[in-house]
Design a protein around this ligand. Sequence first.
Ligand code: ADP
Length: 594
Amino acid sequence: MSSLLHILRFTRSLTPLYVAVVVCSILTSATTLVVPFLIGRATDSVSGAVSGQTPTDTAVRTVIVLALAVLVAELATTLISNVGGWFGDVMSNRMRTILSVRYYDKLLHLPQRWFDTEITGTIVARLNRSIAEVTGFAKTMSNAFASMLITTAAVLVISAWYAWPLAVLLLVIFPVYVWLTALTSKKWQRLEGEKNEQVDIASGRFAEVIGQIRVVKSFVRERSELEDFSRRFGSTDATTREQSSHWHRMDVLRRSVLNVVFFAIYAIIFVRTVQGHFTLGEMVLLVQLMNMAKSPVESMSWVIDASQRAIAGSRDYFRVMATADDPRTEVLPDAAARLEPVPGAPALEFHHVDFAYESDEDVLHDIDFRLEHGERIALVGESGGGKSTIVNLLLGLYEPGRGSIDVAGHDGRTIPLEQLRSGIGVVFQDASLFSGTIRENIAYGRPDASEEEVRAAAVRANADGFIRRFPGGYDQLIGERGLKLSGGQRQRIAVARAILKDAPILVLDEATSALDTRAERQVQKGLDELMSGRTSLIIAHRLSTIAGVDRIITLREGHIDEIGTPAELAASGGIYAQLLELQNSGRTRALAKF
Ligand code: ADP
């Protein structure tokens, strides 16, 4: 329940809409309540005419006026409830927008560690479900139930005026009904949670499988993936059977209790009328009022059902919202503000850095090196040696366990992440493009770049030629993650993107290792342009990629093995020398272990 109140606080800006919905509910209730009074009065007029107490003409005039009044009241109810419905729709849609945007904002700023343990599709499925349940409940409440509740409260007061036992019975049945529903609630929620878990996992796998459909097809795994999906969804059938039978058994009990209470209510009304306490008109009035109160009580169970879903949904929602942001996330007024280098300080310096992804298993030990401005350093070493981890730390995706990283003379921990990252250009092994046009992808780091700047970057990245050959040129759509391009083309666009970003520090994380020799040569031209005049950290499997670097660092099991110029390391007989020898002797297959 508190999580639902939290949603209200979260969507405080919608207060005028909430007020409008409540006002419409109150007005709808008022116009609805007028009708039984009018019909009660009409009944009395009819009974007066039938018993001969009132002249027929007068009675006819009265009942026609009363019937017209009923028409006006019903038209008013129709109008106001529709206006309220409109406010309710707008409100729930605004609510969905606010909740979704805040969730997205939250996800974008969560630490990398959080993403290491979550599955993307599951996150998206959970977001959609939890928000749909919360907004669905808000809509249900606003469209009908709020006015029903207000009507019931009014009925209580009116019936207390005519006969207090009726009000007492109504007052008793409400909490009993809620209590009987609450009895099922704990079990219901547990089962609902189990079902949601299965559906979210299945949706997560679904998104992953569709995202990697080529792998699925090439390993002929469509059928088994489908079976797995269907098994997970199928497992919710048994849970639903249990959940639903429990719910319906309780509903039989609840409604039976309700019907017994309403038997007492109707009996009181009829007996008292017969005894002369009520006129016929009052009897009709009271029966109608009681019927009005009955439907909200009956619908109480589905409202509670919807509210339980909404509570479960809002809990899921806030479980993510309560996760702490990356501590250094800070939105700068000028996101592009570059870090002012401290005079005389190196471009980048790792001071005795230790790091572990999992609590006690260090993957980096005592990493200590510096990069002077404009220097090119290659990181070389066996796979799993910690090269990409060094890049992750440099980008501030994780914090070092011990030691520190200085960028342009500033302690990395004190630099806002946006500023840190806007000073580093990265080209990853997987070009990581987005669906959309080539132009949008090149300008991803600088959406305000001009046409000429985008083109100039593409020319320098050796990409302009192939881009122009596309029918759409720079406006060519490249498919999800750039799947319509070849690996070499994707990579050259990624290089153009980094050139346009124009960051003083450059990281190439195995930028060409997925390419064949020809494509590598084409990308390498672009990379040489990109590196010129920039401090560069280059991770590469192939020694061809690191030709011309100033120094090489070799890593072994998370330790720095050697640091030196290519000539020094070639002579030292260490990892680099071995690699060199392997490559020169053409035993390329043996390279696989590196
Ligand atoms: P390299 O880039 O040299 O191939 P990495 O830096 O990717 O090596 O990996 C170093 C070690 O850290 C490996 O043992 C790898 O399994 C582990 N590792 C990498 N990323 C993660 C992660 N997100 N969570 C846990 N362990 C990781």
